[in-house]
Design a binder for this molecule. Structure first.
Ligand SMILES: C[S@@+](CC[C@H](N)C(=O)[O-])C[C@H]1O[C@@H](n2cnc3c(N)ncnc32)[C@H](O)[C@@H]1O
Length: 285
């Protein structure tokens, strides 16, 4: 009875979950340490203008990308996760036809690769290479740098490891360089970036550790290496309030970025396009 009343009081969520959410929400977190002279995707001359996609364009392309993503997924090993996405897409199309509007991590990655030439891609949280392979399919020569713990199982799903990811990339005819680093991203990513001081990225996905400290540490590590004009994408950000808060504080309120978010069902996906080296401060008059 007491349990029942407490659950009603806390929106039906178990107390331990509520407490953990509140704890995650209130924790302090590291911020990115930006440096100057960040490279630009390309185009800073009079004939070669700087023209990254704006958020509305990226969002529109992400909502049109489902058929392309389906074709790419059909080339992968048909794991439960791949089959799950295909079933969802098919059911939505059958039920809602041309009215269906939808975006997720996969369609947003496809959109980013269609709208911008990708030379370098960094992904934290690779698992079986499903999202990595979407980038490999849309940009077959892009150099890919992936990070994951690759423990035997993640969230009840087998996590076979880097060799399986390489096979998925071959299946979509990706021919660019691939570097896959196993380890905790909080240490592995900063160490890797320290060893590669000249490496900057056209596209970055954060889809690994979803705790406040894990997610913000990943953001802090990679944001200074996102090229001006480059795109950062994060999955699941509407799954838990602490991720939304971090997104707002670290990215959406930073005038270096313009953002697009899709939170209408599913776990939510968010993208930020870096528009400048330093913050663009509005004049105060
Ligand atoms: C949601 S899955 C990634 C799914 C993948 N991006 C996709 O779309 O198919 C999250 C992955 O993050 C990895 N991960 C979680 N915590 C991590 C950490 N601290 N360091 C590195 N990888 C981590 C897990 O092993 C898991 O494979």
């Amino acid at each position: 009875m007491v349990q029942f009343i407490l659950r009603r009081l806390f929106n039906g969520l178990p107390l331990s979950y509520r407490a953990r959410r509140r704890w995650e929400w209130s924790r302090s977190f590291p911020l990115p340490n930006y440096t100057e002279h960040t490279p630009t995707i390309d185009g800073m001359g009079p004939l070669d203008i700087f023209l990254p996609p704006n958020p509305a364009t990226l969002g529109a392309a992400a909502q049109e990308a489902m058929p392309d993503v389906e074709r790419a997924l059909a080339r992968l090993t048909q794991t439960d996760e791949v089959a799950g996405v295909q079933t969802y897409y098919r059911a939505a199309r059958e039920r809602f036809g041309r009215h269906w509007r939808y975006a997720d991590l996969l369609t947003t990655l496809w959109a980013a690769g269609t709208l911008s030439p990708l030379r370098t891609y960094l992904e934290i949280g690779v698992r079986n290479g499903r999202s990595t392979a979407i980038v490999g399919a849309v940009s077959p020569t892009c150099a890919i740098y992936g990070f994951d713990l690759w423990t035997d199982e993640y969230d009840g799903v087998a996590n076979p490891g880097p060799e399986f990811v390489r096979e998925q990339l071959q299946a979509v005819s990706h021919t660019g360089d691939v570097e896959l680093v196993q380890g905790d991203s909080r240490k592995a990513v900063p160490a890797f970036l320290r060893d590669h001081p000249q490496l900057y990225f056209d596209l970055i996905t954060i889809d690994g550790d979803k705790s406040t400290l894990g997610w913000s540490s990943d953001l802090a590590a990679v944001l200074p290496r996102l090229k001006v004009g480059g795109i950062l994408i994060s999955d699941d950000i509407f799954l838990a309030p602490h991720l939304g808060r971090l997104w707002d504080e670290v990215i959406r309120h930073d005038s270096r970025y313009v953002t697009w978010e899709f939170a209408q069902g599913g776990v939510g996906v968010a993208a930020a396009i870096r528009m400048s080296d330093g913050p663009l401060l509005a004049p105060l008059h």
